[in-house]
Ligand binder design. Structure first.
Ligand code: FES
Length: 105
């Protein structure tokens, strides 16, 4: 696993989601009650920014794409109504206040 620094934990407070680009890969980083979830940041529908989406008001592990409203589970990446569609998910950890994302070698 190759760990790469992204945003600081302070830049992504609980209940928020941000977009971040690492080595040309667009990621969405969400803070779900202190647990960071990282997925692909590009919606498979037509390329909307997942990191600029909105978290569900009650089930904050669900993000809604800002373009046409497709919804994904940020833990699994799974689209909420189309079984064949999912975002790639990445491991994350916080080291020294920085959210790191793990990429397979
Ligand atoms: S681009 Fe995400 S729902 Fe259309």
């Amino acid at each position: 696993m190759r760990w790469v620094d992204t945003v600081t934990a302070d830049q992504c407070p609980a209940g928020t989601i941000v977009e971040h680009v690492v080595d040309g890969t667009v990621l969405a980083i969400a803070n779900i009650s202190g647990v960071f979830r990282v997925t692909d940041g590009i919606c498979p529908h037509q390329g909307g920014s997942i990191g600029k989406g909105t978290l569900h008001q009650y089930e904050t592990c669900i993000v809604r794409c800002p373009w046409h409203g497709w919804e994904y589970d940020l833990e699994t990446g799974q689209h909420q109504s189309i079984p064949s569609v999912a975002l790639e998910t990445y491991e994350s950890r916080v080291v020294g206040g920085v959210v790191q994302v793990g990429f397979e070698q």
